[in-house]
Unconditional design. Structure first.
Ligand SMILES: NC(=O)c1ccc[n+]([C@@H]2O[C@H](COP(=O)([O-])OP(=O)(O)OC[C@H]3O[C@@H](n4cnc5c(N)ncnc54)[C@H](O)[C@@H]3O)[C@@H](O)[C@H]2O)c1
Ligand SMILES: N[C@H](CO)Cc1c[nH]c[nH+]1
Ligand SMILES: [Zn+2]
Length: 427
């Protein structure tokens, strides 16, 4: 991996330049995506067929996956995969149940009731990636929190396949998807945002995807809600001399193999570890089935940062704000307070990132490209919204009217003042 050394400021400047170059390359993607969205808005299902042919090499016979196809998937699925999906489902549910938020009612002031309702979003569209790999785990990660939140209509979209990996369809049925449509990429996001003849317009779109999917979600935000920017995967590893170089290399590759645009970054205070990880990366890459993708990711976007102190390691990693952060150090939990920005944190030499991708129950739909500074992991909270409510008795209005009208007049909004006065006069 390309190695960066120097002061925190010098390394930070190089990372900023890297990021600027990456963003520049995104301009083309922005244009492609906006033209796809316009075409889907104008032409609905026929635009979806055009893009299916162009990007996925096939036009599905029907957009909606039939009940028969889903039922057949239960016959076809490897029983070991079904069992593992069921275990993962139980872990995801038990973790996400902690996120359920209750409303409240406040009656502390005489004649006044104030409160907040927590209401599920009605129609949600979930994106499940399927370009170069199948992601049944992402079905569970999207849908189970939505179910726990009480979302009544959940529409899943995923790129068309000649033969679906049965685990995708089984995961959808196990977790309670309403309908599945075979459409991927930016066109799927546009279809969910605007609706087509077949696909319903939803209120919010969640889920991860490649750069086209992530850009499309950014562009339709406002027309619909979105969860976050969950684009090409990223892993940041903070490791000291206590780390096992082979483990670190394996974890970096676990995310590099997702996408040639994936980013794997090691920050260490040990030159010996950095050298050993580089060696382990070359060895492990040789036999990796997705070597071509992982190699491009590591060569283009991989970085090894060597710095002096533990505080510098955390300062630089906070600057990067990675999707996943591993702390490969003895007593890793003691360093948790040093983390300011990361989507999901993995502590210690044995907590490899794929534990979170598949099994621990924490969510793997996570913010990328530095957006963990302001976005969180997908959760039950993404599938609800809050409505406030207020009740004032006639007496309570009388008591408050002076303050309210004073503020209204101070804003030059006499109509507001009159709406209070008209009630106060009658008290
Ligand atoms: N951040 C997260 O939480 C998270 C979680 C899981 C996966 N991921 C990421 O999801 C992505 C999965 O990517 P994928 O490609 O396998 O599947 P995908 O479903 O995201 O994308 C495939 C679709 O991209 C579109 N596409 C491909 N090339 C195109 C082009 N040149 N122009 C326009 N559209 C094009 C096609 O419509 C295709 O169906 C990876 O980047 C992975 O890292 C992220
Ligand atoms: N690492 C991905 C999130 O960036 C999630 C995933 C699903 N399957 C395997 N990995
Ligand atoms: Zn992964």
């Amino acid at each position: 991996m390309k190695r960066l050394t120097g002061t925190v400021q010098e390394i930070s400047d190089v990372l900023a330049a890297d990021y600027a170059a990456y963003s520049q390359a995104q301009n083309d993607v922005d244009d492609i995506v906006s033209s796809i969205i316009s075409n889907v808005r104008a032409n609905g299902d026929s635009a979806l067929a055009e893009y299916a042919q162009k990007f996925d090499g096939m036009i599905p016979e029907r957009l909606e996956v039939s009940r028969e196809t889903i039922a057949r998937a239960f016959d076809e699925i490897d029983p070991a995969v079904l069992t593992a999906l069921e275990h993962a489902k139980a872990n995801i549910e038990s973790y996400h149940k902690h996120q359920v938020e209750k409303g409240f009612v406040d009656t502390e002031t005489d004649g006044v009731v104030r409160g907040q309702l927590v209401l599920p979003i009605e129609k949600v569209g979930v994106y499940v990636p399927g370009g170069t790999a199948a992601y049944p785990s992402s079905v569970l990660m999207n849908v189970l929190p939505a179910k726990i939140a009480g979302v009544p209509e959940i529409y899943m979209v995923t790129p068309p396949q000649v033969n679906f990996n049965p685990a995708i369809l089984v995961a959808a049925a196990l977790s309670g998807v309403t309908k599945i449509y075979q459409v991927g990429g930016a066109q799927a996001i546009a279809a969910l945002a605007y609706g087509t003849q077949t696909i319903p317009k939803v209120d919010k779109i969640t889920g991860p995807g490649n750069v086209f999917v992530a850009t499309a979600k950014k562009q339709v935000f406002g027309q619909v809600g979105i969860d976050m920017i969950a684009g090409p995967s990223e892993i940041g590893v903070i490791a000291d001399a206590s780390a096992n170089a082979s483990y670190v290399a394996a974890d970096l590759l676990s995310q590099a193999e997702h996408d040639k645009l994936a980013r794997a970054i090691l920050v260490t205070n040990s030159v010996a570890l950095a050298d050993a990880v580089d060696l382990a990366l070359s060895e492990q890459l040789e036999s990796l089935p997705r070597k071509a993708i992982a190699y491009e990711s590591i060569v283009q976007n991989g970085r090894t940062i060597v710095t002096d102190t533990i505080d510098d390691m955390f300062a630089l990693m906070n600057d990067i704000a990675p999707e996943h952060l591993e702390i490969a150090m003895d007593n890793a939990i003691e360093y948790l307070p040093k983390v300011k920005h990361a989507g999901s944190i993995f502590l210690g030499h044995f907590t490899s990132e794929p534990i979170g991708d598949y099994y621990a129950g924490t969510n793997h739909v996570l913010p990328t490209s530095g957006t963990s500074r302001f976005y969180s992991a997908l959760g039950v909270y993404d599938f609800v919204k809050r409505s406030q409510f207020t009740y004032y008795s006639q007496d309570a209005v009388a008591k408050a009217s002076k303050d309210i009208t004073t503020l209204a007049y101070s804003e030059g909004l006499e109509g507001h003042a009159r709406a209070i006065e008209i009630r106060d006069e009658q008290a």
